[in-house]
Design a protein around this ligand. Structure first.
Ligand code: SD4
Length: 330
């Protein structure tokens, strides 16, 4: 199990970072901060993703990278999860909105060019991550939403699909009768996948059906660049899972990457991001549900969350592992 980290115990970590001038606002450059401690670089490709089910996505990404580029790897890894009908928060078999329609959010970002593509509230398309990639590569835009995103996907020849499975339709019918709010744990299944290729390039993607029984048109953090995902090719990449409303208001993934730019390790950056949200949000940290996974350009990785039980998957050339994230408590 992860070691719970209270706000007080994290102060010592923060103090260490501050002492090396490595927190936001300090004048120390990343290279100066890095020069103070030897860095354990991990060689070869590195993929990290949210939750234990991310392991299959990581491994698909790794296989794809052997004959494709890093964006292909991220796209194919996420497509695997989108196609899995047993995952009720991503793609096919995702939980619908209050009207019984599965509306999908996804994004992809290339850390080398800082290009990004995103779709939000998109119905009826099997692989939103592929639509997000087409938005990035085939349009002048970053984000398409709703029906426009669906039409664009069809124009691009991408696969239409009925995303609402019988199982989810029955659950939705039951919810409509009883209006029992879906437990947050039940809807915490976003896939955020970040990767570094052997040549040091970085990319990431994110895909979800979002908060179960959300209002029609609700968009979470997952398609918001800087919210559910951010990649800086000179620094690292971070992705989020949890309650999108509490991630996007604080630009969570951007903050985690920015902290790494100022010298934090991926784990420290994720902890400090959760802590930062916890300091600002009027709710108790236990009620905020924000979780982050990150890697840096050296291949180091880490994760932290306010949810007990948050774990991430890591795949390197040494193999795959599911690692408990640091649990940050209020
Ligand atoms: C959202 N962050 O739409 C996503 C979904 C998720 O726990 O991770 N739910 O808010």
């Amino acid at each position: 199990m992860p070691t719970p980290l209270s706000r007080r115990s994290f102060l010592s970590t923060s103090a260490t970072l501050a002492a090396v001038g490595a927190v936001a606002g300090a004048a120390t450059t990343p290279d100066q901060a890095n020069a103070m401690e030897p860095i354990d670089t991990i060689e070869g490709p590195v993929f990290a993703s949210t939750w234990a089910f991310g392991q299959a996505a990581n491994e698909e990404a790794q296989r794809t990278l052997a004959h494709g580029d890093l964006l292909d790897a991220i796209e194919q890894g996420i497509r695997l999860v989108e196609a899995d009908a047993s995952n009720h928060s991503v793609g096919l078999g995702g939980t619908p909105n209050a009207n019984g329609v599965v509306e999908l959010d996804a994004c992809i970002m290339d850390g080398t060019t800082y290009n990004a593509g995103s779709v939000a509230g998109m119905p009826g398309i099997a692989h939103p991550i592929s639509v997000a990639r087409r938005v990035m590569e085939k349009t002048k835009h970053v984000m398409l939403v709703g029906e426009g995103a669906r039409e664009f996907a069809l124009d691009q020849g991408l696969e239409a699909a009925e995303l609402l499975t019988e199982n989810r339709r029955q659950k939705w019918e039951a919810w409509k009768k009883e209006q029992i709010e879906m437990s947050l744990q039940e809807s915490h299944d976003t896939i955020a996948l970040v990767g570094r290729a052997a040549d040091g390039t970085l990319a990431g993607g994110c895909s979800t059906s979002g908060w179960g029984y959300k209002l029609a048109g609700r968009v979470g953090d997952s398609p918001i660049i800087g919210g559910g995902l951010y990649v800086d090719g000179q620094v690292g990449a971070a992705g989020a899972t949890g309650v999108g409303e509490n991630v996007m208001r604080y630009c969570g993934s951007f903050l985690a990457v920015e902290l790494m730019a100022r010298g934090a390790t991926p784990e420290e950056a994720c902890i400090d991001t959760v802590e930062s949200i916890g300091r600002k949000d009027p709710k108790a940290l236990e009620e905020v549900h924000v979780n982050f996974v990150a890697i840096d350009k050296h291949g180091r990785h880490g994760a932290a969350g306010s949810d007990e039980g948050f774990a991430y998957s890591i795949t390197t050339q040494a193999g795959s592992e599911v690692i408990d994230a640091v649990h940050v408590t209020g």
